[in-house]
Design a binder for this molecule. Structure first.
Ligand code: COA
Ligand code: MG
Length: 299
């Protein structure tokens, strides 16, 4: 059984592990990753049943794409039970909720290590508490810490918890949340981690959702956490490079490939300054497009 390497982060759909129909449907959807949730989407008295559902789901035919399991905090009894489910199911990643400090990451890394989880099983951390935002940089820095086994791969923002804990009201544009969202993006980028925007609750409001996808992409997020299948296509679109961006990347690569440009760090492209760092960006963008194309072909 091979684990899927995680290349695309545009759309991460949360699926309550208690919902049988949603679990079955999740195997047919074009999200870049599925997050099976044992935490907030499952009531305490239903958690045991939800864990059994996941064991059955992974046992039948293993889900094809990238999957994560969101556990309860691992220092709780529920989290301890969830860990057993994780070890049985072997998802690509374990999503830790409400991460507030580095110690939580270290403890999770140590638990996976002690239980012999493959090193390819990654940790993703939800940044969704005031403490988590304040410590985002230190938490992201734990990715290179041997005590986490180098497993930390991504930060995911939890906007509902953040609003609940701070008193920030929902609003279009998320003006008062943006500083904390940007702090999380910066922390992730400082340590080369992926970073994913939070959910949009009103899944019937396609216009508002599209606007928030566009904002998230402009803020530098790699993608968005989703709650409903109808949100997948727009996220995949908004977090993919636009046609203009692809054309621009090709033009930059072509310009730097000209014989006279080989020894130059800065060139003139149709009246605009382009630096070698833009060339690297252009190459990364086209590499991303290849991954997107490959995903489309295998669906
Ligand atoms: N993943 C997979 N399938 C889902 C889904 C999800 N997150 N949400 C809905 N579906 C499925 C439904 O099962 C239904 O499938 P069917 O046609 O086979 O019956 C179909 O999509 C249409 O669903 P719909 O009737 O529009 O929604 P709903 O009323 O069943 O569910 C929610 C609405 C919000 C309860 C549901 O989308 C949900 O639970 N989302 C995830 C919540 C979550 O994970 N929260 C924690 C993280 S913030
Ligand atoms: Mg939460």
């Amino acid at each position: 059984m091979t684990m899927t390497s995680i290349k695309l982060w545009r759309s991460l759909l949360s699926v309550p592990a208690i919902n049988q129909r949603a679990l079955q449907k999740s195997k047919t959807l074009a999200a870049d990753a599925i997050i099976y949730d044992l935490e907030d989407a499952v009531a305490p008295e239903k958690k045991a049943e939800a864990r059994e559902n996941l064991k059955r789901l992974y046992g039948e035919t293993r889900p094809q794409g990238v999957t994560a399991i969101r556990v309860n905090p691992l220092d709780t009894e529920a989290g301890n039970e969830d860990l057993k489910t994780v070890l049985a199911c072997r998802p690509d990643a374990v999503l830790l909720p409400k991460v507030g400090n580095v110690a939580t990451m270290e403890a999770a890394g140590a638990l996976l290590e002690q239980n012999g989880a493959a090193t390819r099983m990654k940790l993703w951390a939800m940044i969704e508490t005031p403490e988590g935002v304040v410590n985002a940089a230190a938490i992201a820095g734990a990715c290179s810490d041997v005590r986490t086994g180098g497993r930390l791969a991504a930060l995911i923002v939890g906007v509902n918890d953040l609003r609940a804990e701070t008193g920030v009201a929902p609003s279009p544009g998320r003006a008062y949340l943006v500083p904390w969202l940007m702090q999380t993006v910066l922390a992730a980028r400082a340590y080369g981690l992926h970073v994913v925007d939070g959910v949009y609750n009103d899944f019937a409001d396609h216009e508002g959702y599209a606007a928030e996808c566009a904002e998230g992409a402009a803020m530098g997020f790699d993608g968005k956490m989703l709650i409903h299948p109808s949100q997948i296509d727009a996220a995949n679109r908004h977090f993919s490079p636009s046609e203009d961006a692809v054309a621009e990347a090709r033009a930059i690569i072509a310009a730097f490939a000209k014989p006279g440009a080989a020894a130059l760090n800065v060139i003139d492209l149709d009246g605009r300054m382009v630096e070698r760092l833009h060339l690297e960006q252009a190459e990364a963008l086209l590499a991303g497009m290849v991954a997107i194309q490959t995903t489309k072909e295998t669906q």
